[in-house]
Design a protein around this ligand. Structure first.
Ligand SMILES: [Zn+2]
Length: 335
């Protein structure tokens, strides 16, 4: 549920936001919009029919980048939104997975952010052996559900979905003090705390969305008690924060913005993160790594970020890939 509008110029000195949901620019789902009458997972519309389209204002380069050189040792994309259609040529889920596998990206953790996208994620994982699902109400969605009196019903759907065997994480959940106004913070905290409890109840991992809320996220995890496998999706902190997360054994998942010129904080964080706690993700279709920044992102572009990471860490690429794959399986279980 992160919508980085490619058309928004980046401030010169501020690191690229980890993930920038832009509700105004993302069209409403064409199918299966959430409403209170479908708060049970059983009477939901067919989740396979759900689709969202990424907003295109006509200025963005929507051509799919060329496939990078394949990785010799396979890895996984730890966080993507494959229900969001992007690119000059729409790709089906199977085409996405085939393109990824062709370059050594053999699985994807598909993340939800509301009831409908979470249902889609669970469906995708149940029907595709190369997909595992994360399900949650995103911190920027929680206030709207709360305002409609539907937050508890929505969290109950997440609870139901989390019982499915291929739903291996609660996510993305967390706190976002950038996109949500202060009057929505209470709903964010309530949702985040409920999601932490769900991850622990189901014994699965948790994927955190943290935007401009580092201290509050860390404090909440300490206060409520973090799940055994806690992942900072699209990590957006710095080396000091990475040292803190290392103490707690949290995973840091790095996205394509690791490669952005102004993201030195992320490279500094990567350098101090224990190797067994590093993950890689796309957050597709957003945060496309250089040299294709601004164009559509997809799991088949993971090798660009992994090669960049290997160079940063001065580690042999095959060794890094083996480590990343092992970390993924450690966090989410086998595909
Ligand atoms: Zn995301």
């Amino acid at each position: 549920m992160t919508a980085e509008p490619a058309s928004v110029p980046e401030p010169a000195s501020v690191p690229e936001p980890a993930s920038v949901p832009e509700p105004a620019s993302v069209p409403e789902p064409v199918e299966g919009s959430y409403d209170a009458s479908t708060s049970s997972a059983t009477d939901a519309p067919d989740p396979s029919q759900y689709v969202r389209e990424r907003h295109n204002d006509g200025t963005r380069d929507v051509r799919w980048p060329a496939a990078p050189e394949p990785l010799a040792v396979p890895v996984y994309d730890n966080h993507a939104h494959l229900e969001i259609v992007d690119g000059d040529e729409p790709l089906t889920l199977d085409e996405q997975l085939d393109r990824a596998a062709a370059v050594g990206v053999i699985g994807v953790v598909q993340a939800g952010g509301d009831v409908d996208s979470s249902r889609w994620s669970a469906w995708a994982a149940a029907s595709h052996p190369r997909v595992l699902a994360a399900v949650a109400i995103h911190p920027n969605e929680a206030p709207a559900y709360e305002a409609a009196g539907e937050l508890d019903a929505a969290i109950a759907v997440i609870d139901e979905l989390a019982a499915q065997p291929r739903v291996r994480a609660i996510g993305e959940t967390g706190l976002d003090f950038f996109r949500t106004e202060e009057d929505g913070f209470a709903a964010q905290f309530r949702a985040f705390e409920a999601h932490i409890e769900l991850a622990k109840k189901h014994g699965i991992a948790m994927q955190i969305h943290d935007r401009d809320a580092h201290d509050a996220v860390l404090e909440t995890l300490q206060r409520v008690g973090a799940p055994d496998r806690t992942v900072f999706h699209c990590f957006s902190g710095d080396a000091a924060m990475a040292r803190i997360t290392a103490v707690h054994g949290y995973y840091l998942s790095f996205a394509g913005n690791l490669t952005f010129k102004n993201a030195q904080n992320l490279r500094d964080a990567l350098a101090v993160t224990p190797r067994e706690r590093i993950l890689v993700e796309t957050d597709a279709p957003f945060l496309t790594p250089i040299p294709h920044r601004g164009r559509p992102n997809a799991p088949y572009l993971v090798p660009l970020t992994v090669r960049f990471m290997a160079a940063e860490l001065d580690v042999e690429i095959d060794e890094l890939c083996a480590q990343l794959a092992a970390n993924t399986v450690e966090a989410y279980g086998a595909f």
